[in-house]
Design a protein around this ligand. Structure first.
Ligand SMILES: Cc1ncc(COP(=O)(O)O)c(C=O)c1O
Length: 451
C-alpha cells in the first residue's frame, strides 16, 4: 500500500479530500464488486461518489465504447455531428420529456454548471436585461470546483483563496427537514424558505438576479437532503414572479438515482436549466450536460446562433457513445422503476438494521440515494466533535470490512456534521443490497465503538 494523499491532507474538508491515510491500489472490478491489487474485494455501496449506475465493466457498455473507438474517438463539434451524439440527445430528450429540448455536452459536473450559469446570463442579456448577472443559491450545497460553479457553492474552505474573484452569489437557508431554521416548524418550512428567497431577490433587485440554483436532493455538501414536499412548487412560483430562472443541479441526484430520471420529477416541476453528470455516463466516460428548454434556447439561438459556451471536447463522440449505451440499458431494463421500488425497501431494511444505533440521528433519501446522519446525541441532534473525524473513521472501517461507501464531513456548517451516503448501483441484486446493509451495520458499530 502506498501513502497517497488525494489533496491537502492537513485541511478538513467535506467529502473526499481528507484521505491522508494509505489507499489500496485498485486492480479491477465487475458488477457491484471492486478488487484491489492484494486481491481484497469490496462491494460498491456508493457507486463511487454516486456515479456507477450500472456497476463496473458492464460488457455492453464496454463493447459500445470499443466499437466507437474502432470507428473514431471524436468528431470535433465544428466539423461533424455523430450517431453517438444524436443517439444520446434523443435518449435524454426521451427520458427528460418536454421542456428539455437543448443540450450542451461537456466533460463533467462543474463544466455543466459553468454552462448553466452562462446560459442563464446569456438568456437575460439576449432579452435586453444584461444587469441580471448575480445568482442566489442555498447554503450547504455544492455545484463544482471551477470558478463559476464554486461561486454558487457554499463551500467556504474551497472558496477561500478565490474570494473577491467569484461571480456574485448570495445564499439562502438549506431546505432540510431534519435541521429546521430556528423557530420554524416543519409544516411552515416551505413557506418560510419561499419567503426568504423572495426577500433575497427583492433585496438585490430582481433586475440584477439571473437565477436561483438548487440541488433538488442535496448531495455530499449536506448529506442527501431531499427538500420538503411542496417546496419546489413554491420556489418555482417565486422565481417566475420575478423573472428569475431556476437551475436544477442534478449532477449527483439525477439520471435515475432518486427513482425518477429527473430528481425534480418527484416534485412536479421543471427547471429552466438542468445539469447532469455522474450517473449520465455511469462512470465509464467523463461526461456532463446542461439541458435547457426551448423557451430559454430560442431567443439565444435567434440572436447569437447558440449559447456562447463549449470546449474542445464538447459532445465528445466516445463519451457520448458510452453514455448512450448506459442510458439505453437503463431504459431497456427499466432500471429507474427498479430503483424507485427497491429504494423504498433498501431504506426500510437499513432502518431495521441500524435504527437502534444511538449515533444514528436520521436516515433519509430517495431511491438509491440514502444518507445516514450521525449525531453524538439523538435528542439534541448534536453532531460529533469535528476532531473525531467520524466520517473518515467510517470510511476506514468500511474499507476494512470490504465496503465502499461515501462518508461526508462538515455537512452541518462546513466543519461539523457527518453523513454517510449509500448509493448502490441500480443493478444491485437483493443479495447485494443486503450485503451492503450488513457490511454498513458492521462498519457503523465498530466505528462508533472505536470513538
Ligand atoms: C451536485 C454536484 N454538482 C456539481 C458537481 C461537480 O461535478 P464534477 O466533480 O464532475 O465537476 C458535483 C460533484 O461532486 C456535485 O455533487
Amino acid at each position: 500500500m502506498a501513502e497517497y494523499s488525494i489533496m491537502q491532507p492537513m485541511r478538513r474538508f467535506s467529502g473526499s479530500e481528507t484521505q491522508s491515510h494509505a489507499l489500496p491500489k485498485v486492480a479491477r472490478a465487475s458488477g457491484c464488486y471492486v478488487t484491489d491489487t492484494n486481491g481484497k474485494q469490496y462491494i460498491d455501496g456508493s457507486g463511487g461518489p454516486a456515479v456507477f449506475s450500472l456497476g463496473h465493466t458492464h460488457p455492453e457498455v464496454n463493447a459500445a465504447i470499443e466499437e466507437q473507438l474502432g470507428r473514431i474517438a471524436h468528431g470535433y463539434r465544428y466539423s461533424f455531428t455523430s450517431d453517438a451524439l444524436e443517439r444520446l440527445t434523443e435518449l435524454i430528450q426521451h427520458q427528460a420529456g418536454p421542456g428539455f429540448e437543448h443540450i450542451v455536452f461537456v466533460t463533467g459536473g462543474s463544466e455543466a454548471m459553468e454552462s448553466a450559469l452562462k446560459i442563464a446570463m446569456q438568456y437575460h442579456w439576449t432579452l435586453g436585461e444584461p444587469s441580471r448577472k448575480r445568482f442566489i443559491a442555498r447554503k450547504r450545497s455544492y455545484h463544482g470546483n471551477t470558478l463559476g460553479a464554486l461561486a454558487v457553492s457554499e463551500f467556504l474552505q474551497r472558496r477561500e483563496p478565490y474570494e473577491g474573484a467569484l461571480t456574485e452569489c448570495s445564499f439562502v437557508s438549506s431546505a432540510n427537514n431534519y435541521r429546521l431554521p430556528e423557530g420554524v416548524a416543519e409544516s411552515q418550512l416551505h413557506d418560510y424558505l419561499a419567503d426568504e428567497l423572495e426577500q433575497e431577490i427583492l433585496r438585490h433587485g430582481p433586475e440584477n438576479v439571473a437565477a436561483f440554483v438548487i440541488e433538488p436532493v442535496v448531495g455530499a455538501a449536506g448529506g442527501v437532503v431531499p427538500a420538503p414536499e411542496g417546496y419546489a412548487m413554491k420556489i418555482r412560483e417565486v422565481c417566475d414572479r420575478h423573472g428569475v430562472l431556476l437551475i436544477a443541479d442534478e449532477v449527483m441526484c439525477g439520471a435515475g438515482r432518486c427513482g425518477t430520471w429527473r430528481a425534480l420529477e418527484h416534485d412536479g416541476i421543471k427547471p429552466d436549466i438542468m445539469t447532469m453528470a455522474k450517473g449520465l455516463g455511469g462512470g465509464y466516460v467523463p461526461l456532463g450536460a446542461a439541458i435547457y428548454s426551448s423557451r430559454i434556447g430560442e431567443p439565444i439561438f435567434a440572436k447569437s446562433g447558440g449559447p456562447n459556451t463549449g470546449h474542445t471536447f464538447t459532445g465528445h463522440t466516445l463519451a457520448c457513445a458510452g453514455a448512450a449505451a448506459v442510458q439505453e440499458i437503463i431504459v431497456r431494463d427499466k432500471l429507474v422503476e427498479r430503483v424507485r421500488v427497491k429504494g423504498v425497501q433498501f431504506q426500510e431494511n437499513l432502518k431495521d438494521r441500524i435504527g437502534d444505533v444511538e449515533a444514528v440521528g436520521d436516515i433519509r433519501g430517495r431511491g438509491f440515494f440514502v444518507g445516514v446522519e450521525l449525531v453524538s446525541n439523538r435528542e439534541t441532534k448534536e453532531p460529533f466533535s469535528p476532531e473525531l473525524m467520524m466520517f473518515d473513521r467510517i470510511r476506514r472501517h468500511a474499507m476494512e470490512v470490504g465496503l465502499i461507501c461515501y462518508p461526508a464531513g462538515g455537512t452541518l456548517d462546513g466543519t461539523r456534521g457527518d453523513v454517510v451516503i449509500l448509493a448502490p448501483p441500480y443493478i444491485a441484486s437483493d443479495d447485494e443490497l443486503e450485503e451492503i446493509i450488513a457490511k454498513f451495520d458492521r462498519t457503523l458499530r465498530s466505528a462508533v465503538e472505536d470513538v
